[in-house]
Structure formats: structure tokens, C-alpha cells
Design a protein around this ligand. Structure first.
Ligand code: KIV
Length: 270
């Protein structure tokens, strides 16, 4: 529980996310990296604040997410979690902070103990690592489809799962992560039909980014949807500031569009 102007505000839990999926309520998520945006998104009613390692690009000005350290994640997650009342907080485990179950558990523990994160997110079909973290009491969000931490293998940020073989692989990995105990799954940059099938087959909530409107929820990089990212925004993102008179109104428009299944449109999907 948190106190906002004397009123008691309940902080959302992983069970609240599952209940939202079960009753068909779309889950809203935005990235956040600091206290001011955290408080603003929270006041609008965004359900999840994801402290993504995208902070390497939008905050630190790096070319990729790879230079982000566990200490960077702890610092930014603490800033975000201290300023919010209601939103659920997920923090990314950065590149090479989870090469083995033991190292993953040690880094996830550091993040949970020092930052206020309620869940950690890790990229790829890291089934054994997911099982190990969940056994230690650490809730896990999987991340499949486009994996930015693998950019040097991928060559470019492109849509994943376009062939039958790669789509089947992503579906199989999603089911394995759920079986290993993951509580949530982010699907990035995959065809909308594949994301719909995965969302239907999994009982855990699936949060899409560039994955079509039929996921259980949506996430965008905050700076992309405010039109302030360095360089070109991805096609699947939308600049909500274009029709808004304030940042708060833009975030409210995103919140409503996701809750009413009006975002993403086919224009922002693959
Ligand atoms: O780091 C991040 O912001 C993310 C989202 C793009 C899902 O992982």
C-alpha cells in the first residue's frame, strides 16, 4: 500500500495482471527511467512501468542496449519505483547479467533488493534461468521475438517469426517459459497473427510491442510515443504528442487507446 495525499493506493501485483487478462481488460505498460515520468504515468493509471535497458539508447545516448550495467538498472529502477504509487514495476536484466542460473540469481537479487523492482525481465528462451529465478521467489517476465541484446547477431532490428518454422519456434519457446514459471511475456516485433495465437494459448499475460492489437497488453518506449527519441522511431510506435496539448494528455490518450483496443492499428503492426 502507498499513501497519496492521505488516500491509500494499492500497488498492483502480478496477480492483478493475471486477473486483468482473465477478465479481458487490456494491460497498459510504458517504459520509465526517472521519478518525474514515473509519477506522471502512474497518475494517468498506466498499469506497468518497465525500466527497460532501452535506457542505454534514450537516456545514455548509446547505439545499443549492450553497455547498460546492473548498477545503471538499479539506479533508474529505484528512481522510478520511489515515485509511483499504483503501477507494477518490471526491471530489465541487462546484457550478460544472466549467463548462468547462479549469476542470474545474484544479479536479479541485487536488482530486487536495491531498487524496488517487483519482477525482472530477461530476453530469449532462457528456460533454466527462468526456473531457477522463480524457485528463488523472483517473478520473471520473458521477452521473445526481436531481442535487442542480440543485435550483433541479428544485424538489424527486424520483424521476427515471419516463416512457419520461426513462428513455431517462438510459440514453443513461449510455452516453455510459461511452464518454467514466467508470469508475463513481452513479444517484440512479430506478426500480429502469431502474437494473437500465443496470447490465446498462454494463460499468463502477453504484452506486445509491434505485435498487433490482440495481445493482452501493450508497451511502448515512452520517449518514442512522446516523439522525443533520438533518430527515427520504429514503425510500430505512434507519436501520441501529435494530437495532445500536454505530456499528461498524450499518456492518457495512449492509456485509453490501449484499453479500448484502438492501438495498435494495422498501420503500427506487421
Ligand atoms: O528495454 C525496453 O525498453 C524493452 C521494451 C522495448 C519492451 O525491453
Amino acid at each position: 500500500m502507498n499513501s497519496l495525499y492521505g488516500a491509500t493506493v494499492k500497488t498492483l501485483t502480478v496477480q492483478d495482471m493475471t486477473a486483468m487478462k482473465q477478465r479481458g481488460e487490456k494491460i497498459t505498460c510504458l517504459t520509465a527511467y526517472d521519478a518525474s515520468f514515473s509519477a506522471l504515468c502512474d497518475a494517468v493509471g498506466i498499469d506497468i512501468l518497465l525500466v527497460g535497458d532501452s535506457l542505454g539508447m534514450v537516456i545514455q545516448g548509446q547505439k545499443t542496449t549492450l553497455p547498460v550495467s546492473i548498477n545503471d538498472m538499479i539506479y533508474h529502477t529505484r528512481c522510478v519505483s520511489q515515485a509511483r504509487q499504483r503501477a507494477f514495476i518490471i526491471a530489465d536484466l541487462p546484457f550478460m547479467s544472466y549467463p548462468t542460473p547462479l549469476i542470474a540469481a545474484q544479479n536479479a537479487a541485487l536488482l530486487m533488493q536495491n531498487s524496488g523492482a517487483q519482477m525482472v525481465k530477461l530476453e530469449g528462451a532462457r528456460v533454466e534461468i527462468t526456473r531457477c529465478l522463480v524457485e528463488q521467489g523472483i517473478p520473471v517476465c520473458g521477452h521473445l521475438g526481436l531481442l535487442p541484446q542480440q543485435i550483433n547477431q541479428l544485424g538489424s532490428y527486424k520483424v521476427q517469426g515471419k516463416t512457419t518454422a520461426t513462428a513455431d519456434k517462438i510459440l514453443a519457446e513461449a510455452l516453455q517459459l510459461e511452464q518454467a514459471g514466467a508470469s508475463l511475456l513481452v513479444l517484440e516485433c512479430v506478426p500480429a497473427t502469431l502474437a494473437k495465437m500465443i496470447s490465446q494459448q498462454l494463460s499468463i499475460p502477453v504484452i506486445g510491442i509491434g505485435a498487433g492489437v490482440d495481445c493482452d497488453g501493450q508497451v511502448l518506449v515512452l520517449y518514442d510515443m512522446l516523439g522525443i527519441s533520438i533518430g527515427k522511431s520504429p514503425r510500430f510506435s505512434k507519436n501520441f504528442m501529435q494530437d495532445a496539448s500536454s505530456i499528461s494528455n498524450a499518456i492518457t490518450a495512449y492509456q485509453l487507446a490501449v484499453k479500448q483496443s484502438q492501438f495498435p492499428t494495422p498501420e503500427h503492426s506487421f
